[in-house]
Design a protein around this ligand. Structure first.
Ligand code: ADP
Ligand code: ZN
Length: 529
């Protein structure tokens, strides 16, 4: 099995079979392994579960010296190394969790050439001591895992990754392989520049996960909706439920347990021991549901996760893709389910506005959120849109909610005009700021205390929206936000017009809206809220 570059892929195949126990390489693995063994640089884009680890582990075992793996997943290094050692691979790691003696031992092993793989946290590369240590041993390759962390454009920027640019200068002969599961065209370019990987070959696998069924529904009674999903479609299945806050993680986990579902919480506020224990149980036991913040999941390899449910809107399409990608690694049918509502949009915009980041950061966050919203409100195939986001074209999938039950759309132009002109009338009035609730109350002709207080029952749009109910109006606001025809601003989530709003108001633009799949129920909101 000699290859064209004169590399013997036979050695690699032998390592794959003898050490890892797999009969053959999957997808692009063989090409990647061959390229890296021959000393080439590479950027590998492969979806979660695609089998990235072997792309550097096998070459590290074939080439002389130690493969140095840079990974931000400090909490998982121990597990990764244990798993490798169980296979007879000589692996070690250096991070802040080690005692002085432990560290010295690993360093000595590296220097004496007794390690096949050495895992390092990225911050190590900002220390001259680490660089000098690496000079003392033989390095077979550098593997830069989660390489999108070097991108400021991406959703998970880690400044320490910038120091990895020096690898090439300092060790020009050592091949580097950067790996990630999430990279749009922009992020990919940024990885290549920042890691000085320009000459490297790119291996881009398909990002399609055909066994995952994508579904996005309007959030009505989230707990009940979640329970229905678990009971009717996933009884006894292992799954992950993502929530935005620690408090909601606790609440939802308790709720599920109270309803007879085996659920465990996971978030950064729990002590390390509890987190570790819950994670271990989730991995080992069958049919557990992990209720977690996004702190959970990176690097988790559990093949039979049957569903990933989001009770809050992810901040970006990349994040959503990465989180949902934890479902169905075994290739069997799995569900990615997301419930989102207007309050999610408002909350996220608020978080962006009040964030510490500079203007550029906030703009980026806003763009990420907009793309996520567009995915939620699309009337076309979700998968096509997801893949398109990652620069891959595809045809409608027949395995997402919009393909299976095409949403009806309706001409929402008049509704949009009613809402936008109400917002226009509310602008800066007496320095007061009003959110979606007030605008909807006005449209519905509700004489709430707040409506009376500000004489909003005198506005010409008062009561002109009685053809829709409250939930439908919320849908209108959400979709206008998603389409950029409306924006929210400031501490009080004030609704404001955008540059394109006027096109709607002046009848230059038609607004198509998606009908919510389930008929909105009668309003239960009280006048005072
Ligand atoms: P990623 O890092 O891309 O998310 P992993 O490297 O963790 O994916 O691999 C995902 C799963 O697929 C692991 O359980 C791994 O053992 C398995 N796997 C990877 N390559 C192969 C292969 N060639 N044959 C069989 N199983 C494989
Ligand atoms: Zn589809």
């Amino acid at each position: 099995m000699a290859s064209t570059d004169g590399v013997d892929l036979g050695d690699a195949l032998q390592v794959l079979q003898r050490v890892f126990g797999y009969p053959e390489f999957r997808g692009d693995q063989a090409d990647i392994v061959e390229h890296v063994i021959a000393g080439g640089d590479a950027l590998v884009l492969m979806p979660t579960g695609g089998g990235k680890s072997l792309c550097y582990q096998v070459p590290a075992l074939v080439r002389p010296g130690t493969g140095v793996v840079i990974s931000p997943l400090i909490a998982l290094m121990q597990d990764q190394v244990d798993a490798l050692r169980a296979l007879g691979v000589r692996a070690g790691f250096l991070n802040s969790s080690l005692s002085y003696d432990e560290r010295r031992m690993v360093e000595a092993e590296f220097v004496h050439g007794e390690l096949d793989l050495l895992y390092l946290a990225p911050e190590r590369f900002t220390s001259e001591a680490t660089l000098r240590l690496l000079d003392q041993g033989e390095i077979s390759l550098f593997a830069i895992d989660e390489a999108h962390c070097v991108s400021q454009w991406g959703h998970d920027f880690r400044p320490d990754y910038l120091s990895l640019a020096q690898l090439h200068e300092r060790w020009p002969k050592v091949p580097r392989i950067a790996l990630t599961a999430t990279a749009t065209e922009v992020t990919r370019k940024e990885i290549l520049t920042r890691l000085d990987l320009g000459e490297g070959r790119q291996f881009v696998s398909s990002f399609d996960r055909p066994n995952i069924q994508y579904r996005i529904v309007p959030k009505k009674e989230p707990k009940k909706q979640l329970l229905d999903l678990l009971r009717t479609e996933h009884p006894g299945d292992a799954g992950i439920v993502y929530c935005l806050s620690r408090a909601s993680v606790e609440k939802i986990a308790e709720f599920l347990v109270a309803n007879g579902i085996q659920a465990l919480p996971y978030h950064a506020g729990l002590d390390a021991q509890t987190r570790q224990r819950n994670q271990a149980r989730f991995l080992r036991e069958d049919g557990l549901v992990m209720v977690a913040t996004i702190a959970f999941g990176m690097g988790i390899d559990k093949p039979d996760v049957r569903f990933v449910a989001h009770l809050d809107l992810p901040k970006s399409v990349e994040g959503y893709y990465q989180e949902t990608g934890r479902a169905g690694r075994d290739g069997l049918p799995s569900t990615a389910w997301l419930a989102y509502g207007l309050s999610d949009v408002v909350q996220q915009r608020k978080m962006i506005e009040s964030s510490e980041g500079d203007l550029a950061f906030r703009r980026r966050a806003q763009t990420h959120l907009d793309a996520m919203l567009a995915l939620c409100e699309t009337i076309t195939c979700r998968r096509t849109m997801l893949l398109d986001y990652f620069g891959q074209s595809s045809v409608p999938c027949n395995n997402c909610d919009t393909c299976l039950t095409p949403p009806e759309s309706w001409d929402g132009t008049v509704a949009a005009q009613k809402l936008l002109s109400t917002v226009w009338r509310l602008r800066n009035e007496r320095g007061q700021k009003f959110g979606a609730g007030q605008a909807i109350d006005i449209l519905l002709g509700r004489k709430t205390a707040k409506v009376i207080q500000f004489d909003h029952d005198q506005l010409s749009t008062f009561g002109i929206g009685e053809d829709l109910n409250e939930s439908e109006w919320r849908g209108v606001v959400r979709q206008l936000l998603a389409q950029g025809l409306l924006a929210v601003e400031g501490e009080y989530s004030t609704l404001v017009l955008t540059e394109t709003s006027t096109e709607v108001l002046s009848r230059k633009r038609q607004v198509l809206m998606r009908k919510d799949p389930t008929p909105p129920r009668a309003s239960t909101r009280t006048a005072a809220s």
